[in-house]
Structures are given as C-alpha cells and as structure tokens.
Design a protein around this ligand. Structure first.
Ligand SMILES: [Zn+2]
Length: 151
C-alpha cells in the first residue's frame, strides 16, 4: 500500500500548529496586538495586519458546516479507502474559523469509518488526533458521543 502524502510540519507559519497536534492540542493563531483568532495561519493578522501572532489552544469542538464524499482516490495511498468523507468544521468558540478534515469514529479509525449517510450539516463534532508517522499527527474529527447521533 502506498503511503499517503503528509504535510510539511516545519514551515515557519505552521510549525506551532503541528507541534501542538503532536501534543494532542488544537490551536489557532492569535494576534498579539488585537486578539483576533485566525486559521489557516498567516504571516500577519488578517484583522489589523500586525506581524506577531501566537498559538492559542481551542476546545476542539464544533459542528459540520459542509461536507463532501470522495469517490475516487484524490491522493496516492487512498485508493483502498474510497469512498470517504471530508468535512468542513465550524468551531464553536470561533465560528468565523472553519477547518477541513476527516470524520472518523475514533482516534485510530480509518477515514472511511463514518458512512456518508450518517453525516449531516450541523452534526456536533470534537477533535481527535491520529499519529500517522513519527513526525506527523493529524487532527481529525469525530461525532460527539453525547449528542447529535442518529438512533
Ligand atoms: Zn490583529
């Protein structure tokens, strides 16, 4: 089986995000001047253009804002797991921030573990983390256990 392509985790603008993921924390950028939170990362604040930001932890909870289902392998290494969903998560704490990711049933579950028919807009989700290599831990999303699942 071909390995999936992995993100670069040592770029200046994203290094802190990947380090936090390895520690099991979901972070977003926070402007040190105005406090604006942003993701994906930028080299400056998208609100006030200040050049310094820091990483702040989020609770890692949100809801599905949009989703799609890949029926063909879009990347090498994914031919054995199609179809699989990709979701866009709107964070509860920062609703202007949306993150793209996989929806899974648990931390070690494959990215096709949630059937497309079980996915709906607004489904509450929480972050989980999958260590896919020694250097790369990917944030993924799973339905919140206490709410929102179909009977
Ligand atoms: Zn700012």
């Amino acid at each position: 089986m071909t390995a999936i392509p992995l993100p670069y985790t040592d770029e200046p603008d994203t290094r802190g995000f990947w380090q936090a993921a390895r520690e099991g924390r979901l972070v977003v950028q926070c402007c040190t001047a105005c406090g604006h939170r942003q993701f994906p990362p930028h080299p400056f604040c998208e609100n006030c253009a200040h050049a310094e930001t820091e990483w702040v932890e989020t609770p890692g909870r949100g809801n599905i804002w949009s989703f799609g289902v890949a029926h063909g392998p879009s990347l090498p290494g994914l031919q054995d797991v199609v179809p699989y969903p990709m979701i866009v998560v709107e964070l509860d704490e920062h609703p202007h921030i949306r993150m793209v990711g996989s929806l899974v049933t648990g931390p070690d579950a494959p990215i096709n573990s949630v059937p497309a028919g079980d996915i709906r807009i607004g489904l509450p989700v929480e972050v989980t983390f999958a260590a896919v290599s020694d250097d790369v831990t990917l944030p993924r999303w799973m339905p919140r256990r206490s709410e929102g699942r179909k009977p």
